[in-house]
Design a binder for this molecule. Structure first.
Ligand SMILES: Cc1cc2nc3c(=O)[nH]c(=O)nc-3n(C[C@H](O)[C@H](O)[C@H](O)COP(=O)(O)O)c2cc1C
Length: 147
């Protein structure tokens, strides 16, 4: 049985693009080895991530993520077993976006693409439904929204 977990968090204030790249690099490498798939979104200094895989493996990973000092206010939104994965194709699909580092048009494109993906996805579990609800409400914020 596959297990899914969705969480949100706030990036540490002085987090740099290089730190995000490092998180992605580790995630991609490790998740592949651990049979974990999912999607990580970073926007306006907030992370939203859905993780899916074996329950024990996933809970061990979440314990590490929770203690990671690159973010704070780490909070589980939902976790539940699922019949099938929502993101089966990818080790980790990610949408990192550091608004301070991209042009206005790139930023708009990112928001448009992610909204489109949210509209076309047909989530079947509580964790994946809430993942997209959270992503959409985050994207509704203008870039640079103060915390
Ligand atoms: C927002 C966020 C998401 C993360 N997602 C993952 C992930 O999907 N997979 C992963 O292995 N590590 C992820 N990490 C990194 C872990 O917290 C941890 O640094 C990593 O698993 C390496 O841990 P270890 O060296 O103690 O084994 C994430 C960290 C943050 C801040």
């Amino acid at each position: 049985m596959v297990y899914e977990l969705t969480f949100e968090s706030v990036a540490r204030l002085d987090l740099l693009t290089a730190d995000i790249d490092e998180i992605l690099k580790t995630s991609r490498a490790r998740n592949g080895q651990n049979g974990i798939t999912g999607c990580l979104v970073y926007y306006n200094r907030r992370f939203i991530q859905i993780l899916e895989g074996d329950q024990l493996v996933l809970q061990e990973l979440y314990k590490k993520i929770e203690k990671d000092n690159r973010h704070r206010q780490v909070r589980i939104i939902a976790e539940n077993p699922v019949v099938k994965r929502t993101f089966p194709e990818c080790g980790m699909m990610y949408f990192p976006l550091d608004a301070s580092n991209v042009s206005r048009s790139e930023l708009e494109q990112f928001r448009r693409n992610l909204r489109l993906l949210a509209d076309f996805s047909k989530p079947e579990s509580v964790s994946s439904i809430l993942f997209w609800v959270k992503v959409k409400s985050l994207l509704a914020e203008p870039p640079g929204f103060p915390l």
